[in-house]
Design a protein around this ligand. Structure first.
Ligand code: FCB
Length: 442
């Protein structure tokens, strides 16, 4: 299918997952640097400093690969601690210069940066002051966002405040992500505060005079009850409420649902809220960014067929890329959404090493290609139905630091050798290049 003129075909990464190079260039440590040092926190003991892709040093290599892929957009994130090592206060000029160089190089290659301010790597210095559980985090984030808009607002066309706010809940409530607490009350406070901070970021954007557009990224892992039994329907409903509606109801709808407020109240985990918090998330945004990977089958009786979403799910056996369109249509209908949409992440992960085929020397990741075909034909059908999708960002350019799974889980179009840092094209990379070309009618 021929895509609309200007449609963004991109790849996505994030700072903690690809920059590597330890604390080079004066980066302040993040909660993920600290968390990864805890025994057992990251599956293979990998750390963001040592076991990411060293893009801080090798950005040009990544850029060449992107040019060869033919993408016209790159979704990346700023490491908060690289520009503000303490989270607030003194700017780190080397970090500031690094991102400006990245953005300028991308733009001169015809690749539009789509820049996320917060993709999970909170400066550890701020965690030491209470992190996302502390309401002051809203102001810390707003000040940081304001600085970034003033530094780069002249050249960055697309901004995202926060990527997948659920990560804060996983970090403070469930313990599977940094900073690794298992306190549901804190988890709820943290996820409430990060949403408020996102709104404060939008407010800063409007007053900074930056050009460009700003949106928020929320991942949707739609639950599908395996049977019609009332307990399965109830479970699916409850998990939808906890895992994505908490965020979308507030951002795209009219506020938290009575169900979730009532549940937290009964559990004694209800967060502190102020009217001001909702004023901030009610500020209009320019687009909604949806991350879509899969749906999640649930049932009370049978063993769960899938992990509860996130990044580390060897047991997610069945992929439903084609459900991307159904899920987006559900969101549009649910909230009467009438702003543009980007698919800000979508991709296919493999547990364990993928090895090259001896005959061709290439990793034959046909299952990834099948998945991508399904997802992109879903995007095509949405466009045919007149839905205003402006872009698609494939997760991810290259195998990287996959959070709690370390280097054991592979999502890349390119294989990364974590000893030599060499990037090698998999079959899916060639496939994506060809798909983009034909979508542009070349
Ligand atoms: C998403 C994250 C991203 C990556 C992919 C696989 O939840 O936003 O950083 O880990 O999953």
């Amino acid at each position: 299918m021929r895509y609309p003129e200007g449609f963004k075909f991109g790849v996505a990464t994030s700072s903690a997952q690809v920059e590597g190079c330890g604390l080079d260039g004066g980066r302040g440590p993040s909660i993920w640097d600290a968390f990864a040092l805890r025994p057992g926190a990251v599956k293979d003991g990998a750390t963001p400093g040592k076991n990411a892709c060293d893009s801080y040093r090798l950005f040009d290599v990544d850029l060449w690969n992107m040019e060869d892929l033919g993408v016209n957009a790159y979704r990346m994130s700023i490491s908060w601690g690289r520009v503000l090592p303490q989270g607030t206060g003194q700017l780190n000029q080397a970090g500031v210069d690094y991102y400006r160089r990245c953005f300028e190089k991308l733009l001169s290659a015809g690749i539009a940066p789509n820049v996320t301010l917060y993709h999970w790597d909170l400066p550890q210095a701020l965690e030491d002051r209470g992190g996302w559980v502390n309401r002051d985090s809203v102001r810390w984030f707003q000040d940081y966002a304001d600085l970034m808009f003033r530094l780069y607002g002249d050249i960055v066309p697309t901004w995202v405040t926060v990527n997948e706010p659920i990560a804060t809940y996983v970090g403070y409530g469930l313990g599977a992500f940094a900073p690794g607490y298992t306190n549901k009350r804190w988890g709820n406070q943290a996820r409430h505060n990060v949403m408020t901070a996102s709104g404060a970021g939008v407010e800063a954007f409007r007053s900074s005079g930056a050009k460009g557009e700003i949106g928020v990224v929320i991942d949707i892992w739609k639950r599908v009850p395996l049977t019609d039994a009332p307990e399965d329907l109830a479970l699916a409903m409850d998990e939808d409420e906890e895992n994505w509606k908490f965020y979308t109801d507030r951002l795209l709808g009219t506020g938290y649902s009575p169900y979730i407020l009532d549940k937290f109240e009964k559990e004694g985990t209800l967060m502190d809220m102020q009217d001001e918090d909702f004023r901030l998330t009610d500020l209009p945004i320019d687009f909604y960014g949806m991350n879509y990977y899969n749906t999640v089958p649930v049932s009370v009786k049978k063993q769960r067929e899938a992990a509860s979403g996130g990044n580390f799910a060897e047991d997610r056996r069945v992929s439903h890329p084609e459900k991307l369109s159904e899920v987006l249509k559900m969101i549009i209908k649910m909230y009467g959404l009438n702003i543009p949409v980007y698919i800000t992440e979508n991709g296919f992960g493999h547990a364990g090493e993928e090895t090259a085929d001896l005959a061709t020397g290439i990793i034959q990741d046909d299952d990834r290609i099948e998945y991508l075909k399904g997802a992109l034909s879903s995007v095509e059908s949405l466009l045919r139905d007149g839905i205003d999708i402006r872009g698609y960002y494939l997760w991810t350019l290259m195998d990287n630091f996959e959070w709690g799974a370390g280097n054991t889980y592979k999502y890349g179009l390119l294989h990364t050798d974590f000893d030599t840092l060499r990037r090698t094209w998999k079959k899916s990379a060639y496939w994506y290049r060809d798909y983009i070309n034909s979508a542009r009618g070349k």
